[in-house]
Design a binder for this molecule. Structure first.
Ligand SMILES: Nc1ncnc2c1ncn2[C@@H]1O[C@H](COP(=O)(O)OP(=O)(O)OP(=O)(O)O)[C@@H](O)[C@H]1O
Length: 808
């Protein structure tokens, strides 16, 4: 029988063929046993048919026997084939196990080789080397430090100065640099140590795993070989037992499949182990690379250390050289110094000899000096006493000097005041000569009409050293004005009159004089000009003065004083002493061609009596008795020198102007408004005249108002003019005060020219002649020049202003 070709001992193929075999065997068995049972049951008792059937059965059995024999042969053949397959498979397994063993052995060898090559020994060696290197560097450092210390301690080092210290500093720098590098090396060493430790640990782990793998492999191997042995035994026993072959074949087939499965498992495990080995190899390779880089690093470090050592060596050499040169310098310097010292010593010795001889000659001088010193000492002891006496005398001298100085000061002050007076006089004289309008200011006291509160506070101050200065605080701003004289609220009527009396008396000498009071309503104009019965003002005092002056001169001069009183109310001039006070008067030029003005029909009283109170006053919001008209008191003094016949005429105009309040502020309306408008118009006309006079214009607009027309004589060159600007001190009136003071300053700068005296020999002018008879020729008491109702001696002095009833 031909054996089937030995195929690959694959488990799958074997399993299918074995299954087919078992199936056929069972089929054959079935028939076999089936036919047997049939034979035993169906034997007929007849001969022929029975024999026939038996023969048939026999032949059938023979066929079947042949068939079975063939099948058995085939089975045997197949069994032999199976045996050879199994043998091949086991051989293959054995080969595989052998291979694995070899591989394991080689791996173990490789591991041991790696261990021997790269393992702990080399790394440890490397580490040891680094440690040794480190130790050597430390020793080097210590040696450098010791040298440095030694250099510092050397005596010559101190005198070498800054060069040595620079060298030392350099060395110190190098040393610190080396220390730094050693520290870095130390760090790297510790890192390497750590790395080596990690690698050693990993290697031990790999070894352990390899050992485990080997043990597993050995176990597996043993198990497989045991099974193989079992399989062999089974096969042998199968071979020995051929009759129950079917069962055995089946068992073998089952066993064979299990074996195959185990084989495949062991192959898979083998695969896994191989992968692990490959991985371990990879790890080992990486470790090798790391070790390589560590080697390189170590080599670099070594090179650096060698470089530093060389540098240190060089620095050390340099330092030694420097020290040597310094030592030489020092020795040289010492020698030079020594030589110099010897020379100097010699010179000193020589000097000493000279000094000794000098000393001998100086001894007598010293003796005298000692005597002097003793004398001085005695003097010094007595010095405090001397000093005290000197101080006393000096103090006395100083006291005397101070007294002298203070008396001098007093004298100077007196002189200064005198000079001041003189200056004033000179100024006044200058003013007179220049014909300036003199301007004085008078500040009234705060009255209860001013009210209370911040509006009634004082806004005017004075200069204590200069009585011509007035300060005004207007809206928080201080403004100063300089006038000819400023009277504070404390000034009396007499004080003010004293200032103007010289001016008044000059009209006895034939001068025209004009005094007018200007200012805001309620600022005190009437008070200054008229005053009160108890405390009269300029008007009354002027008349009194004139009368007393005239009386004093009565022996040589015959004087006549006449008085007229007029008011300008709403631009109408009215006679306050006439019979018809409502009659309007006109101002005319004198027909004598003198250019003088006169008022025809104006009542003129001779003697010592004057004006009745026919002055227009009215209530306003500002002043209960506010004057709404300009009031004029005209005093004419005519004199004749009894011996020479010289005649003089002086006119004194005393004007109390109406209040310069603003229309809006006064709250006036109707007839009061008209009054205010007229007053303002006349005052602005006065301003225009002043402006024209200041700027020396050819035309002065005197005729623009009755007031300026009437005052034309007083405001032109023939007259001596004085303005009293009345000032309210309170805060609420500062705007008006400012305006008044500005106007006053403007008026002050007007130059009218020196006043001229009206004196002439011969007759009076026709007008005067008509009105006056000289007292020398017919001496009589005061006589009326012009008849007027109510004439006669009205000796009661009083206000020349009259009061009109509000309804008038
Ligand atoms: N120097 C002063 N001492 C005391 N009282 C004064 C002084 N000056 C003015 N007065 C008082 O102030 C008030 C106003 O004064 P006065 O009537 O003279 O003002 P005025 O300027 O004439 O007013 P108007 O323009 O309205 O006539 C009066 O009561 C007056 O007595």
């Amino acid at each position: 029988m031909a054996r089937p070709p030995a195929g690959p001992p694959l488990l799958h193929q074997d399993r299918t063929s074995a299954t087919r075999l078992i199936g056929r065997t069972l089929l054959i068995g079935g028939r076999l046993f089936g036919s047997r049972s049939c034979t035993s049951l169906s034997g007929p008792p007849g001969a022929a048919p029975v024999v026939h059937r038996m023969v048939e059965a026999m032949s059938q059995l023979r066929e079947e026997k042949v068939q079975l024999q063939e099948e058995l042969a085939a089975l045997r053949e197949r069994l032999a084939l199976h045996d050879s397959d199994q043998q091949a498979a086991s051989t293959q397994l054995q080969n595989q196990v052998e291979n694995l063993k070899e591989k394991l052995i080689s791996q173990a060898q490789e591991v041991s080789r790696l261990r021997s090559e790269l393992g702990g020994t080399d790394l440890e060696k490397h580490r040891d080397l680094l440690m040794v290197e480190n130790e050597r560097l430390r020793q080097e450092m210590r040696r450098c430090e010791a040298e440095l210390q030694e250099l510092r301690g050397k005596p010559g080092a101190a005198c070498t100065g800054c060069e040595h210290s620079q060298e030392s500093a350099q060395l110190r720098d190098k040393l610190s640099q080396l220390q730094l590098e050693v520290a870095e090396n130390k760090g790297m060493l510790s890192e390497l140590n750590l790395e080596v430790q990690q690698k050693t640990d990993r290697l031990a782990e790999v070894e352990l795993r390899l050992k485990d793998c080997l043990a597993e492999k050995a176990q597996e191997e043993e198990r497989l070989s045991r099974r193989l042995r079992d399989s062999h035994e089974t096969i042998a026993s199968l071979r020995a037992q051929s009759p129950p072959i079917k069962y055995v074949i089946k068992t073998v087939e089952v066993e064979s499949s299990k074996t195959k499965q185990a084989l495949s498992e062991s192959q898979a495990r083998n695969q896994h182990l191989q992968e692990q080995v490959a991985m371990q190899r990879q790890v080992l390779k990486e470790m090798e690379q790391q070790l390589q880089s560590s080697h390189q690093l170590t080599a670099q470090l070594r090179a650096q250390i060698a470089m530093y050592e060389a540098e240190l060596e060089r620095a050390h050499g340099q330092m030694l050289e420097e020290m040597q040169s310094l030592e030489e310098d020092k020795n040289r310097a010492i020698e030079e110094a020594f030589a110099r010292a010897q020379v100097e010593m010699k010179a000193v010795h020589e000097n000493l000899a000279g000094v000794r001889t000098n000393l001998l000659t100086l001894q007598p001088a010293l003796r005298t000096l000692t005597n002097d010193y003793n004398g001085l000492k005695r003097q010094v002891r007595g010095f405090p006493l001397l000093l005290q006496e000197a101080l006393k005398s000096v103090k006395a001298e100083i006291g005397q000097a101070i007294e002298e100085v203070s008396s001098n000061n007093q004298e100077l002050l007196r002189k200064y005041r005198r000079e001041l007076q003189l200056r004033k006089k000179c100024h006044n004289e200058l003013v007179r000569l220049k014909g300036n309008i003199r301007v004085i200011a008078r500040v009234r006291p705060v009255t209860k009409e001013d009210g209370e509160g911040p509006e009634a506070t004082n806004a005017v101050t004075f200069d204590p050293d200069d009585d011509s200065i007035i300060h005004l605080l207007h809206k928080g701003k201080p403004v100063s004005f300089e006038l000819d004289k400023v009277f504070s609220p404390r000034a009396s009527q007499q004080d003010v009159f004293q200032e103007v009396q010289a001016l008044i008396t000059s009209c006895i000498d034939g001068f025209n004089v004009c005094i007018f009071a200007y200012g805001q309503t309620g600022a005190g104009k009437t008070y200054t000009m008229e005053g009160t019965p108890e405390n009269p003002g300029i008007n009354q005092r002027a008349l009194q003065l004139l009368f007393s002056e005239v009386q004093e001169k009565a022996s040589d001069w015959a004087y006549t004083i006449t008085v007229s009183a007029a008011e300008i109310y709403n631009e109408a001039l009215r006679d306050l002493l006439g019979q018809e006070p409502q009659e309007k008067l006109e101002i005319r030029l004198c027909p004598d061609g003198s250019g003088q003005l006169y008022v025809p029909g104006l009542t003129e009283f001779q003697v010592f009596e004057f004006g009745h109170t026919n002055r227009t006053t009215e209530f306003t919001n500002l002043n209960e008795h506010s004057s709404r008209s300009h009031a004029l008191l005209i005093v004419t003094v005519r004199g004749v020198d009894c011996s020479t016949g010289l005649r003089t005429t002086g006119k004194l105009n005393l004007v109390d102007l109406a209040g310069s309040e603003r229309v809006g502020k006064s709250g006036a309306e109707g007839s009061r408004l008209r009054e205010a408008q007229h007053i303002n118009k006349s005052l602005s006309a006065l301003g225009d005249v002043i402006a024209a006079l200041r700027s020396r214009q050819g035309h002065v607009p005197f005729r623009n108002s009755k007031l300026t027309y009437l005052l034309q004589d007083s405001l032109s060159g023939d007259s001596k003019t004085l303005m009293v600007v009345q000032v309210s001190p309170v805060e609420k009136n500062t705007s008006e005060t400012l305006y008044s003071l500005k106007f006053a300053e403007r008026v002050r700068s007007v130059e009218l020219g020196p006043g001229s005296r009206r004196a002439e020999l011969g007759s009076w002018s026709s007008q005067e002649h008509l009105e006056w008879e000289p007292a020398c020729q017919t001496p009589q008491p005061a006589a009326r020049a012009h008849s007027a109702p109510g004439s006669g001696s009205t000796s009661r002095p009083g206000s020349i202003r009259r009061k009109l009833q509000p309804s008038a």
